[in-house]
Unconditional design. Structure first.
Length: 120
């Protein structure tokens, strides 16, 4: 399916760089979250062209095997921002409400990532 976004080519290199960078710390990030969490974080992925995003945003669904509490969700936001900063990425994030997904048999917490400026 072809992306309908007029700025696809403009943001494509930036989104590729961000996705590659996040991939480098994903396992360590998940391990850190699971050390401090009341339930297991199964993983997360980046969806750079998800529907309803602004052209420069990337959606990150975090998939939990049990229902996380408020502290677990706060840790996702704090540690994700910490790891992004360590990797040289400056961004703002916003979240969507926690949802149960029967297909995944888990809880999904959505973090929407918007970079500030160019990635180094």
């Amino acid at each position: 399916m072809q992306n309908q976004n007029d700025n696809f080519e403009k943001f494509r290199p930036l989104k590729i760089k961000i996705m590659e960078t996040i991939h480098t710390f994903a396992e360590e990030f998940i391990a850190k979250i699971n050390e401090q969490s009341s339930v297991e974080l199964d993983g997360f992925m980046g969806l750079p062209w998800a529907p309803k995003l602004q052209e420069d945003e990337i959606l990150f669904p975090f998939i939990w095997l049990g229902k996380p509490d408020a502290k677990d969700l706060m840790n996702i936001e704090v540690f994700f921002q910490e790891y992004l900063t360590k990797a040289g990425l400056r961004a703002s994030t916003r979240t969507a409400p926690l949802k149960y997904d029967e297909r995944k048999n888990g809880w999904i917490y959505f973090v929407i990532y918007r970079p500030h400026g160019e990635v180094q």
